[in-house]
Design a protein around this ligand. Structure first.
Ligand code: AMP
Ligand code: ZN
Length: 460
């Protein structure tokens, strides 16, 4: 069975052919000066699905994810404030403490969404020497120039600078013109190394052949992917906002330095928007964290993963109120239908598996894969075959579809209300008892009085 993936380089679906074993997968990671928002997390869910699909197809995969803990500058250009130091000042902590704190928070989100951790985590600050070495290589080959605030890559010297973006050079220049830097030779040129021009020692700065400072925004991904995946530069991912600047610059500097192709497949996920078309982003100020949305809507975090599965990764997904509750209800329904299935699992149904594989191998068509799951649940297949088939699908879907009875732990607030109602009933205080019932119902729980007390059930 062929796995086909949409490659931004060719703007077409291509048959996936790995360089060798393992398949190298580089996924641009978080900038750890803030919590990840659910837009970022949509991208990490898509990348997790991609890795699981590769594994399902029998490939061995080595996934590398960088952690941007170095002080990059606010905005896509090379000007502006330092994100890490700004975050540190805001919270009264050091830049290093901020990085540790938000990296742990990020790992917690991954765990809640059942996203498998990468095989290699690499922090930019642990690979400063590799970044300096790459810049030295570029300097030796004549691709750099120095200005008063840093060492820059001369994009004019790199032919096919637009091969990923497919934009005309004029359009790329327009995009890069947002932040002005009069010393740059071309608007698209970007910093490889920034000098500390503040006159004060920064928390994060290093010595270099060009003076004390810190690496530019893009060089860490080139240096670390070449370090960890040399000879296995198969797939590089991120969301679509990385195409025109970050990934375009990664390709330019890496190929200029090595003289070799830098990654065969470039795969980009579409945005999570708020409402119909406003991108969720820190700069717009409309971000929502996983903790916030799942807490407010009182849903299982995996409901967000389920919601992501329902929109193809290359289509924009709109976040709307109530969406997670619907996804949560659908997921609970699936779980409920698994309750009656036996723990002893039989053989996977081959025809259904073929259908599932065709869907996931068609550029990760997860909405179709979920439709296949639903049809198996409704089918007349023998229970043990159904059980085996669903367990197999869950290797990719990652919804924790365990078999057998699920005993749902009631949240603390609900348990307290239930106890209050029980006390009121014992005291024959019907007004309080009715008020607690109403409160429970408002929170989405139904109450049934039975001989041994009361039964509380979550409404789906
Ligand atoms: P950042 O921490 O801003 O570098 O972003 C981490 C990842 O999230 C990158 O792959 C971005 O391209 C991606 N991303 C940022 N905003 C969104 C969004 N609204 N929807 C989907 N992915 C996003
Ligand atoms: Zn990157």
């Amino acid at each position: 069975m062929t796995l086909s993936l949409y490659n931004t380089l060719s703007r077409s679906k291509e048959k996936f052919v790995p360089i060798g074993t393992p398949v190298g997968l580089y996924t641009c990671g978080p900038t750890v000066y803030h919590y990840a928002h659910i837009g970022n997390l949509r991208t990490y869910v898509f990348e997790d699905l991609l890795k699981r699909v590769l594994l399902y197809n029998g490939y061995i995969v080595r996934q590398v994810m960088n952690v941007t803990d170095v002080g990059h500058l606010v905005g896509d250009g090379d000007m502006g404030e330092d994100k890490m130091e700004k975050g540190a000042a805001r919270e009264g902590k050091t830049a290093w403490e901020i990085a540790d704190y938000y990296l742990s928070a990020f790992k917690k989100d991954l765990h809640l969404l059942n996203i498998n951790e990468p095989d290699v985590w690499c922090k930019a600050t642990d690979y400063i020497q590799e970044q300096i070495d790459l810049i030295k290589e570029l300097e030796a080959k004549g691709f750099t120039y120095v200005t008063s605030d840093g060492v820059y890559f001369d994009t004019e010297k790199f032919p096919n600078y637009n091969k990923l973006s497919h934009l005309k050079l004029e359009e790329l220049k327009e995009g890069a013109r947002i932040e002005k830097n009069s010393e740059k030779k071309n608007p698209t040129d970007f910093a490889l190394w920034k000098f500390n021009t503040t006159g004060e020692k920064r928390q994060m700065e290093w010595e270099s052949p060009w003076g004390a400072g810190f690496p530019g925004w893009h060089i860490e991904c080139s240096a670390m992917s070449l370090h960890f995946l040399k000879g296995h530069l198969d797939i590089h991912c991120g969301a679509v906002d990385h195409i025109n600047i970050h990934h375009t610059n990664e390709i330019a500097q890496s190929e200029a330095a090595t003289g070799e192709k830098f990654f065969n497949y470039w795969i980009h996920g579409a945005f999570l928007n708020v409402g119909d078309d406003e991108k969720m982003s820190k700069s717009v100020g409309n971000i929502l964290t996983l903790e916030l949305v799942t807490g407010e809507e009182r849903v299982d975090p995996l409901a967000f993963r389920y919601a992501c599965l329902l929109t193809h990764y290359r289509k924009p997904m709109s976040y709307k109120a109530g969406m997670l509750q619907q996804a949560d209800a659908a997921l609970k329904n699936i779980r409920r239908s698994l309750e009656s299935l036996p723990h002893e699992i039989g053989k996977v149904d081959e025809a259904c598996e073929a259908e599932f594989l065709a869907a996931i191998n068609d550029d990760l068509n997860m909405p179709q894969a979920v439709a296949v799951l639903q049809s198996v649940l409704k089918s007349t297949l023998a229970d043990d075959v159904k059980a085996a088939t669903i367990q197999r699908f869950d290797e990719v879907l990652g919804l924790n579809l365990t078999l057998g009875k699920i005993t749902e732990e009631l949240p603390e607030e609900i348990r307290q209300l239930a106890a209050e109602r029980e006390r009121a009933r014992a005291d024959r205080d019907w007004a309080t008892s009715d008020a607690s019932r109403e409160q429970l119902e408002k929170l989405g729980y139904s109450v049934e009085d039975v001989a041994e007390g009361m039964k509380i059930r979550r409404n789906f």
